[in-house]
Design a protein around this ligand. Sequence first.
Ligand code: NAP
Length: 499
Amino acid sequence: MICVSIGRGRHRHVIAEHRHLADNGVRLVELRVDCIQGDVQVRRLLRERPCPVIVTCRRPSDGGHWDRGEEARQLLLRTAIAEGADYVDLEEDVAGDIPRYGTTRRIVSHHDFTRTPADLPALHARLAALDADIVKIATMANQPDDNLRMLELVRGSRVPTVGICMGDIGTPTRVLGGAVGSPFTFATADDDRVLAPGQIGWRRMRDVYRYDSLTPATRIFGVVADPVAHSLSPVVHNAALAAAGIDAVYLPFRVPADHLDAFLAHAARWPLAGLSVTIPHKEAVLARCTACDDLVRSIGAANTVAFAASGLVASNTDATAAVESLQAGMVDADHPVKSGLIGLKSALVLGAGGAARAVAFGLRREGVEVTIAARTLERGRTMAAEVGCRAVEWSARYRLPYDCLVNTTPVGMHPNVDETPFDREHLRPYMVVFDTVYNPESTLLIKQARSIGCRTITGVDMFVRQAAHQFRIWHGADAPAHVMRDALKRATASAKEPV
Ligand code: NAP
């Protein structure tokens, strides 16, 4: 069950939001009464509740806003119990002073905004001993392993336990709680109104992660990256899993560079079935892989890992996706091209990062002459030597004409949508212009290229293709590409943050 936290300043807003949530199928709400300004009318809130509630009144030391003294706070909690609140949240140090009464169930809680304590079982035993119906532990995750310790605690505890790791490293514990036996997880009314670090909106929890349908049998996939919060892969892959009716979930795993090895070593404890791999792990992940495809071998980087009985199998779906996008973009009624990148002799690749490497390898394999224009020339030169092409300085990108221009820099990406890596006056109508940026789909570069009659290919096409190949690797079935495309377009249309 998803419990939605309401943290509003006015009673009428709390009541209206509560009604709205209940009307939309929410079955449990946490009333964060510490957020209410002035006198808290707890009787009124309980009388008008359209669905069960947890009454919570947090002090600043526990991440809350209560500033009216401890005596008044405890009186409020006692009143909530006397008035028949469904649950009341009592912190460890006050739970012993506030006795059980009536039908109100006691959530005994502990918050740590700095770390996840080493001895979680001892902490849990202390809380459970305070006449707890439910134990709630919310701690900051500083490393991926904190998630595992928390999930294992919840899975093994006799007293129903909500165990949450905060921060964006901790997102997996919020999503997998129900699958390991938590009575509920916490979510916010929407993604923008976060009451604790790392919280996500209940609609995302319900519609993207399908929280209530996850069980111990659900297979776990995800994207491993740092940072990861911006990634749209969870939106795209979870939409595909839902459409295909596959019992699996796809999570964002923020794994700092120095924790990748440990994260992969503990894969069986989740257990993980497959991963998308992105910055900064695409090369480092190879050290742990036991097998890889030809493209990984030549590119020296993987974006996909499958956990097989024999070990970790690495693949690279970026290069294939880039070439397929170009092929598809070159086919139309006036220019039928059956296969290969016929007609493309030369390409200028802007950027010398991971995406550039995949694109340049893909193009070279098709016999296209590639030039890399790199802001950091040394990086470009190193890549050029490995790919078998040449590198030029960033300022030299306009010097020669090319059949094809590929942007693999983030220039033009949301929110910097008024920027382009290649001035309009240097575009020519005969050029094929491919922008790997997918948010927005129509970047300034794409718009300007279209306006002068260039053939254009967008990053959305490449993104969906690389994800569809991953789906096939993991699930052995064709991906519902149209579902992935729609999910990506919806997500980019509503994105407020850079992706
Ligand atoms: P990366 O490894 O960090 O490489 C980024 C490259 O862009 C580097 O060469 C960097 O130069 C250069 N760059 C950054 N800002 C620049 C600027 N203002 N002017 C000139 N060059 C600049 O990142 P990546 O993994 O290659 O990803 C790059 C972009 O590709 C992403 O932002 C994403 O939009 C796109 N992408 C799309 C897909 C897809 O499926 N559609 C997949 C992967 C990536 P320095 O070395 O000097 O920093």
